[in-house]
Every structure is written in C-alpha cells, then in structure tokens.
Design a protein around this ligand. Structure first.
Ligand SMILES: [Zn+2]
Length: 314
C-alpha cells in the first residue's frame, strides 16, 4: 500500500528545515540549511524546493506545509511580515510554491505549526484538547481543540504569551504591561537576572560570565543551576511560580487534556517544574488539573517542521 507523505518547511531566522514526514509525523528524510536573510524570499523558496526535489520520496508527497514566524494569513498563504526576516513582506508564499511544485500548499505561523507538531510528536496524535506553549525569546502558543487547530476569527488565537499576570508589571513589546512574556521570555528573564544580582551574589554566575552580566541567558542559568548554584536555582523557582500562575489560567480557560511546554527554557525543567505543579495545584480547578497532563516536549527542534508538514491534515 502506498503511504501518504507530506513535505514540511520550517523557516527560521537562522535555519531552514525541510523534511518528508509520514501520516504519523515520523520524519523520513530531512535537510537543514542556513537562512540567508538578505536573499529574496522567492529565491529562498526556489532553493528549498530544489532541495526537496532531491529527496527520494519527493514524488510521493501529497501536500506541502510551511511554518514561519510572524504575521501570516493562513487563508491566502501570504506572509505579511516576519520579525527576523526583514525582506519577507507581503510574500505570496503559497502561490510561489504552488507554481514551483503544482502541489497543494499551506502556510501558517510557527507557533501554530509547533502546536500541531506537539500534537503528533509529544501527544502521538492521541490528545483531543491540547495547548502548546513555546518558551523562547518570546512566549508563543497554539490551541488544538477537538483535534483541530483553533485559529480564532482573525487568526490570532493562542497568543497566550500576552496574558497579563501583573497589571502593573513591565511594559511588553505588544503594548500591554505585565504579560507572562515580560517574566519568562528569554530577553526579559536575562534582564531580570541582571537586576536580581544587584542584591544577590553568585560566584558561579560571576565565573561563567566573567562578571559581564550581559552574557546571561536562560541557557547559562541552567548551566549554573546544574553546577549547584543557589542563586540560579532560586531564579528558576521564581520562573516556575510565574509559569504556574499562567498555566492555572490556561487550564481553567481551556480545560485541556495536555499542555506541552517547548522551546529553549523548557530545557531547565528539572529546576522549575515542581514549582509550576505546586502553583497549579493551589490555583486551578481540581477536576481540570487532574485531567491535564503537563509535559515538556522531547522533540522541540522538530515540532515546527513536522507541524508544517501536517498542516494539510488539520
Ligand atoms: Zn505582551
């Protein structure tokens, strides 16, 4: 029997991933290239398809899916704007790829594709209601309700990173104050640590940064915690508490069977997860908490490309 295969393309600010995926989200063949931010989008898309056409199963693919950060219109397949790719303004990605391949093409933003990826790779396609939260430079998210991605009326559903958890908190890029992103987004977190160190001394962080606190990143903080640094562990506790407050809102709002955490800072799970769980147990509805599995993705790097490939199955 011929198996259905799908092509996924994940366009990031530094790397582009291309992969052929089967109907269960398993990657058959893949290729990674670095992103030339100065190249014309149409040229980049052409070179991606040239790579894909060299895959041995290319002729068997049923459809093509693309995930990219930014403002993407799923209905028309147009990338209106992408924050890390300045040349990608009003690019008709779907039309360009359709004319290059004569295949059905779907285009969506990277938070949505990551959520579909989490549905297939972390929940193995078995979840019904899933919320995926991407913890990176920003905090993104996607909602899968009744096994389908929920986009909302104008396509911005799942922007959970801008849920307010402190009405008087710091200003966020979105214009609001005190969004969860202003606490756990990588840039904000690094800034928070710089301030925290004014009153709390950490020899380990001093050593790892040579006292240049601008070098502090979530990764460095995890490294310091792994070496037993108390200050770093305390900071991860604060992060865990904030995330727990945030996830209590998500759990009460969506009543999901699964919440998947992915992205860079999810690698520090052993330092923050127990505080997340504690806050949820204190704050969220008991029955909703009991019904919800919280998992840290085991496949963070492949969620985007697999989710893109699976867009046609939504
Ligand atoms: Zn915000």
């Amino acid at each position: 029997m011929l198996e259905n295969l799908y092509l996924g393309i994940d366009i990031g600010g530094t790397l582009i991933k291309v992969a052929i995926v089967n109907s269960k989200g398993v990657i058959f063949e893949e290729s990674v290239i670095s992103t030339d931010v100065n190249a014309k989008p149409a040229d980049i898309l052409k070179s991606i398809i040239n790579i894909a056409k060299k895959f041995k199963d290319y002729s068997k693919i049923k459809s093509i899916g693309v995930g990219i950060a930014g403002d993407v219109c799923f209905g028309t397949g147009v990338v209106r704007f992408s924050p890390n790719l300045k040349k990608w303004k009003n690019v008709k990605v779907r039309d360009i790829l359709t004319s290059l391949t004569q295949k059905k093409v779907y285009v969506d933003n990277d938070a949505n594709t990551a959520s579909i990826g989490a549905f297939w790779l972390d929940a193995k396609g078995k979840s019904t209601d899933l919320v995926c939260i991407t913890l990176g430079t920003g905090v993104g998210g996607g909602l899968i309700f009744d096994k389908k991605l929920y986009r909302g009326i104008s396509g911005t559903a799942g922007e959970v990173g801008h849920i307010t958890i402190d009405a008087y908190g710091k200003k966020c890029n979105c214009g609001n104050r005190g969004c969860i992103e202003t606490f756990v987004g990588a840039k904000h977190l690094s800034k928070f640590v710089q301030d925290y160190l004014k009153d709390n001394n950490s020899k380990m962080i001093d050593k790892l940064t040579n006292k240049n606190y601008k070098l502090i990143t979530p990764r460095l903080l995890t490294q310091a915690a792994k070496k037993g640094d108390k200050v770093s562990k305390e900071i991860w506790k604060i992060v865990g508490q904030k995330l727990g407050i945030f996830l209590s809102i998500i759990i009460n709002f969506a009543n999901p069977d699964t919440v998947v955490l992915c992205g860079g800072i999810s690698h520090a799970k052993e330092y923050f997860m127990k505080y997340v769980v504690k806050e949820i147990q204190t704050r969220a509805f008991k029955s909703a908490t009991k019904a919800c599995k919280i998992i840290v993705s085991e496949a963070t790097h492949n969620l985007g490309v697999v989710g893109a490939a699976m867009l046609s199955r939504q």
